[in-house]
Design a protein around this ligand. Structure first.
Ligand SMILES: Nc1ncnc2c1ncn2[C@@H]1O[C@H](COP(=O)(O)OP(=O)(O)OP(=O)(O)O)[C@@H](O)[C@H]1O
Length: 253
């Protein structure tokens, strides 16, 4: 689905990503992990086409990413960015309805099918309760659920999440990760996510891409990649895996 070859990226003269190569299959949940500043968001912004590559190549569905129009990309991919700020007091329902914009003609209202998609996505993310409330009046975790509802309303083939659960409590994080995992397994949705919580990463991801100092230090199946030695290499922290409890990572002092 995505192939990335010899990818390099710099901000001015600061080299951020160096020689990144990987292929992401359809219908997998891939999590990008790595220390603060290692280049995770930069990599995500490059794969979503929000940043231009300096050198190397990114292909999406066997075509160069840069050959897609913004509209074509937004009909296939949806992005939930880190700490989205909405300053205009749209209602939550209006925000989720924006997820249908790539599919409707200018100046036309949403049709019944679009509205059904919107309502279903709000129901799945448990956001119907604040449909008429202004997005500016929600808590951080509630707002993140609305932004996920909006992204799902885009009915994407690929969903990108940049720390999309960072303000959610553990109950909603698990509910939404289960929802996405279900869509990955049943509908072949492809999810590419950045997460800092290694236990949840370990539980829900099919594949892990580990970055350190702008280099890809590991990419592969979760159970092979998430090892105490890698976590030590990435974060300098000692952890042990509790094999009985489904590979929970327990920090050690
Ligand atoms: N717009 C920018 N201009 C210049 N440098 C930037 C810009 N955005 C990010 N950087 C730098 O690029 C590096 C990688 O940043 P990036 O946001 O990709 O890291 P990250 O791994 O996502 O970090 P975090 O876990 O803290 O979110 C950092 O050193 C950061 O300071």
């Amino acid at each position: 689905m995505y192939s990335v070859k010899n990818l390099y990226f710099s901000y001015q003269d600061q080299k951020i990503l160096k020689n990144i190569n990987f292929f992401i299959e359809r219908g997998k949940l891939t999590t990008i992990i790595g220390p603060n500043g290692s280049g995770k968001t930069t990599l995500l912004n490059l794969i979503t086409g929000q940043l231009d590559v300096c050198s190397g190549e990114i292909c999406f569905q066997n075509k160069l990413l840069k050959s897609y129009s913004i509209k074509a990309l937004s009909q296939k991919t949806a992005i939930v960015s880190q700490n989205v700020e909405v300053h205009f007091p749209f209602t939550c329902m209006e925000v989720v309805m924006m997820g249908r914009n790539p599919f409707k003609s200018r100046m036309k209202n949403l049709n019944k099918k679009d509205l059904d998609v919107v309502l279903k996505c709000m129901e799945m993310t448990e956001t119907l309760g604040f449909a008429n409330k202004s997005i500016t009046n929600l808590s951080g975790g509630e707002r993140q659920r609305v932004m996920i509802a909006k992204a799902l309303a885009q009915t994407p083939e690929v969903l990108f999440l940049d720390e999309a659960f960072s303000n959610m409590d553990i109950q909603y994080t698990i509910k939404l990760l289960n929802l996405l995992k279900d869509k990955v397994q049943k509908e072949k949705l492809t999810v590419i996510s950045i997460m800092h919580d290694l236990n949840l990463t370990d539980l829900f991801s099919d594949q892990i891409l580990a970055l350190k100092n702008g280099k890809m230090v590991e990419y592969g199946k979760t159970q092979e990649v998430i090892r105490p030695s890698l976590i030590k290499e990435l974060f300098g922290v000692n952890v042990r895996k509790n094999e009985e409890k489904g590979l929970v990572i327990l920090p050690t002092i």
